[in-house]
Write a protein that binds this ligand. Structure first.
Ligand code: PLP
Length: 485
């Protein structure tokens, strides 16, 4: 049997693999087993057909997810207790006690609604409140002037997080407005084709339809491939047929799917097509590098995996894109008034408003700095590991169906329970102190809707969640099922 080298799996996965297979690995040499290499670090070797050598994850690294997804299937076969698996998964050096101490909300609730809005750390809340107090005590304009350098620094922090430049960043109210400012600003011509995927966010689709009606555009839905991610072959065929724009949602709002953004970027560049990436669920969940992905525009929100304040978001626009886009709305912050006209200000700030939520901007900066301080690789490792545990536990539970699709999967898991409506599951979980949300097929019609899914429960983890919280969640799911059957 051929052994294929996959590359370095992160420490956390390695610990997990060693703990499970370390002792008796000889017995596990069968087509479906995972074999850790000798030693505590280095490449993991996988027996065919478990290897997936060609794959890269969203961050452009070899895909440990594939190893671990298959690995969890092995665990299911061997019926290992989830509790044991989960604690093995979490035995990395992540400072979970510290991040929980920084997050007072964890004392009140088991928050599995991070895809909605995550619990902010103290530093974010304090930063917002301090600025509001400063506005109240010295005046709003004066507080803004006083905080000028700190506000400017937020652009630099965002740029560091995504590997862009500060002048390419505009801070706006939310992800939708960020996306709108770019897409409504694109110089569409009648008959232009816009390619988009099945998991495109509903607000983006509404905007695209308005633009379709306005400019007589054609919106082309790119199909999923067999694994459920955007079909790159179909995309390439449609790009070859001609397109003005590709609009892709990186991580779906309604499930675990992480779309292969860098592959899409490579195809868009090869065909010279403008690429708008909705990174609303991915920023803060996984590393996102605008250079590596090769998008022209990236949009996101503050309140989700970034852990920033509500009412904040940002837009990143590359240098060439800046010249091609015309902000659909202008004011005296976005442009300067001249003798008989106006001149757009330099850089991406032409997409901003003059009157803004400065306390929120500072809070957003605090959230980005907090994340940079922890290190996005470390936070991603833990977040995705918790996501895998959550998904694996639900997949193993009787009477539960997990609806996630894709090759790479993240921290969001959508599922349903036989005979129990999603809203009831959500309420029962809430009564046990667990926050989740319900996703609707109407809003995700090309994703959930076309799969015949009406309402499903969405649970989403972040790095500050714990194995004990997942155990409480699984225990509650089991109780709901037992009481219903
Ligand atoms: C993928 C995706 N895009 C865009 C949005 C919209 O974000 P906002 O509410 O900040 O405008 C969401 C919100 O859930 C989302 O999940």
């Amino acid at each position: 049997m051929e052994i294929a080298e996959l590359g370095v799996v992160n420490d956390l996965d390695l610990v997990l693999l060693h703990q499970v297979f370390g002792e008796d690995r000889k017995e596990l040499v069968a087509p479906k087993e995972v074999i850790p290499q000798e030693g505590d670090s280095g490449p993991v070797k996988i027996c065919e057909p478990w290897c997936w050598p060609a794959g890269l994850n969203a961050a452009g690294r070899p895909r440990p997810d594939d190893v671990v997804t298959r690995f969890f299937r092995v665990l299911h076969l061997t019926m290992m207790p989830l509790q044991w698996v989960a604690s093995a998964t979490m035995s990395d050096g992540f400072p979970v006690d510290r991040v929980r101490a920084d997050t007072p909300g964890v004392e009140t609730v088991v928050h599995l609604n991070n895809a909605g809005s995550s619990l902010p750390p103290d530093v974010v809340v304090d930063t917002v409140i301090d600025h509001l107090r400063r506005e109240a005590s010295i005046g709003g304009y004066e507080a803004r002037d006083e905080a000028g350098a700190r506000i400017d620094a937020v652009y630099g922090s965002i740029a560091r997080l995504i590997n862009g430049r500060a002048e390419q960043v505009a801070i706006v109210e939310n992800a939708t407005r960020a996306w709108d400012m770019a897409v409504y600003g694109y110089p569409f011509q009648a008959g232009d084709r816009v390619l988009t995927g099945r998991t495109e966010y509903a607000s983006n689709l509404i905007a695209l339809r308005q633009l379709r009606d306005r400019h007589r555009l054609e919106i082309v839905l790119i199909e999923d491939d067999d694994a459920g991610q955007i079909d790159l072959d179909h995309l390439e065929r449609e790009l070859s047929a001609g397109a003005a724009m590709v609009a892709l949602t990186h991580i779906a709002t309604s499930g675990g799917l992480i779309n292969p953004a860098a592959e899409v970027g490579r195809l868009c560049r090869a065909h010279g097509v403008f690429f708008v990436l909705d990174a609303c669920q991915s920023i803060g969940q996984v590393p996102v590098d605008v250079e590596a992905i090769g998008c022209n525009v990236l949009t996101t929100t503050g309140r989700k995996f970034l852990r920033g304040p509500r009412g904040t978001g940002f837009l990143w626009v590359d240098g060439d894109a800046l010249d091609r886009l015309t902000p659909p709305l202008l004011d005296l912050h976005a442009a300067e008034i001249t003798d008989d006209g106006y001149r757009l200000v330099d850089g991406a700030r032409r997409f901003e408003n003059w009157e803004r939520y400065f306390a929120g901007t500072l809070g957003l900066g605090a959230a980005v700095d907090y994340l940079l301080g922890l290190g996005i690789d470390a936070t991603t490792g833990r977040t995705l590991a918790l996501g895998r545990s959550l998904r694996a536990g639900l997949e193993a539970a009787t009477g539960v169906t997990v609806h996630d699709k894709g090759v790479d999967k993240g921290a969001i898991v959508t599922f349903s329970m036989d005979g129990v409506p999603a809203s009831e599951v959500k309420e029962r979980l809430a009564a046990a102190g667990i926050n989740t949300s319900v996703s609707s097929g109407l809003r995700a019609r090309y994703d959930l809707g076309d799969r015949g899914l009406d309402l499903v429960i969405r649970a989403s983890v972040h790095y500050y969640n714990t194995v004990e919280e997942l155990e409480h969640f699984f225990g509650t799911i089991e109780r709901i099922r037992n009481e219903r059957s």
